[in-house]
Design a protein around this ligand. Structure first.
Ligand SMILES: Cc1cc2nc3c(=O)[nH]c(=O)nc-3n(C[C@H](O)[C@H](O)[C@H](O)COP(=O)(O)OP(=O)(O)OC[C@H]3O[C@@H](n4cnc5c(N)ncnc54)[C@H](O)[C@@H]3O)c2cc1C
Length: 388
């Protein structure tokens, strides 16, 4: 079998790239190691930048997003018993849209199925030959060996995928920071405590009131990395969240049985460059951000934008110059989002080793942001997403 592009991974990056190429008549196959149900069951991101929404519109998969997604014009930061609203729309003229990663994934899967495009699930994949001009992807499915020859391989297989790991040692530089805490997250079919998101900096640690719809809430509390999910029965979670919220929000918090519960570790990571020969890394395969600024999924989308541009230009204009610039263009945006996510994480979490001085610096910065339109504008323009 031969195709133009093999995409490894059917997460948001892989499926979105597949959709961009499909629209241009470029022949691509998506290979995924897990089942379709497993991919759809992963509860992750939920806040989309306007650039991500625009990209989904351009490739024809935004109908349900516009019908069901919630447009947010701002969010609150709560600290020291009070709240500051960051007026995203007023400060930047832009908004964000709350629409779950699982829903985007479903829309992209449906679009591929409707077009008859090929996605192979439960495939154990090995990319080869991408240093030269004839890449091949070997894979095992249902106990049988297969191989696909292609022009390019797109490694969209997340942080633990095979693509980055297949690049020869020493060809990529990596930068990493692992944070000394995690996020305990609960998804519940309860109405969100507030119309907009609330980011909380509290003496007991960070908390976030997020949501997926008007009837489905997503809440997080900062927790030690040593803790396990089964140490967090629902009652403990709700009690801890309530302690960290401003009084009015705590009083209005609707609780209920969790429908998903997980602990996510926090990490900043970048691999450079994002290409090696005819292999291109996109999304979490090339970089990770802590979720504090809601940038992970949005960065996967901007990588796909640049990579699709390069591949389309290669096939339509017979030019490889855009592809050659892919890593440089994508990383320029990635590093700015890395900085913002690191800064938001540093501002809002308790870092036990930083003591009272660290806490006073956080509070001083939060007070400054509360009183400065310039500081709020800097925060807002990063939160809604820097231009592509
Ligand atoms: C617990 C958690 C919570 C998060 N919360 C947020 C949030 O609130 N906001 C936000 O913006 N971001 C969040 N993120 C980050 C966001 O979900 C990711 O940035 C986004 O999923 C990246 O998409 P991706 O397609 O690059 O990678 P992934 O979503 O990881 O998809 C990669 C795909 O490749 C597949 N794969 C892996 N290995 C192989 C292989 N060898 N062969 C074939 N396929 C393979 C995987 O099964 C997966 O389907 C969160 C991430 C996690 C883990």
């Amino acid at each position: 079998m031969r195709v133009q592009v093999v995409i490894i991974g059917a997460g948001p990056a892989g499926l979105l790239l597949g959709q961009c190429l499909l629209r241009e008549g470029i022949d691509a196959v998506v290979l995924e190691s897990r089942t379709r149900e497993h991919v759809l069951g992963r509860i992750r991101a939920g806040v989309l930048e306007s650039g991500t929404v625009a990209l989904l519109e351009r490739v024809g998969v935004a109908e349900r997003l516009h019908a069901e997604g919630l447009v947010h014009e701002g969010f609150d930061i709560a600290f020291a018993g009070g709240r500051t609203r960051i007026d995203l729309a007023g400060l930047t003229g832009k908004t964000v849209t709350v629409y779950g990663q699982t829903e985007i994934t479903r829309d992209l899967m449906d679009a591929r199925a409707a077009a008859g495009a090929k996605t192979l699930y439960e495939a154990q994949v090995l990319p080869e030959g991408f240093e030269g001009s004839k890449p091949t992807v070997r894979f095992v499915k249902d106990g049988k060996n297969h191989s696909i020859e292609c022009d390019f391989i797109a490694g969209c297989d997340g942080f633990h995928g095979i693509s980055r790991a297949s690049v020869p040692a020493g060809a990529l530089r990596t930068c990493e920071r692992v944070y000394p805490f995690g996020w305990m997250g609960v998804l519940a079919d309860t109405p969100p405590v507030s119309e907009e998101l609330i980011y909380v900096s509290h003496e007991r640690g960070f908390a976030l009131c997020s949501q997926r719809s008007r009837t489905r809430s997503r809440y997080y509390v900062q927790c030690p990395l040593s803790e396990q999910v089964d140490e967090w029965p629902d009652e403990r979670f709700w009690a801890e969240l309530r302690r960290r919220l401003p009084e009015d929000a705590a009083a209005g918090l609707a609780t209920g049985a969790s429908i998903e519960k997980s602990i996510a570790p926090l990490r900043s990571f970048v691999a450079e460059p994002l290409s090696f020969g005819r292999l291109f890394l996109a999304g979490d395969a090339g970089h990770i951000v802590p979720p504090t600024g809601a940038k992970g999924l949005n960065l996967a989308a901007s990588d796909v934008h640049y990579l699709a541009e390069g591949l389309i230009s290669f096939y339509k204009e017979k030019s490889s110059s855009e592809l050659e610039c892919y890593s440089q263009k994508a990383l320029a945006r990635v590093w700015k989002a890395e900085r913002f996510s690191w800064w938001m994480t540093k501002l809002l979490h308790r870092f036990p080793e930083e003591g009272d001085f660290g806490r006073r610096m956080q509070l001083a910065e939060l007070e400054y942001i509360s009183g400065s339109r310039a500081a709020q504008t800097a925060l807002a323009e990063n939160y809604v997403g820097l231009p592509y």
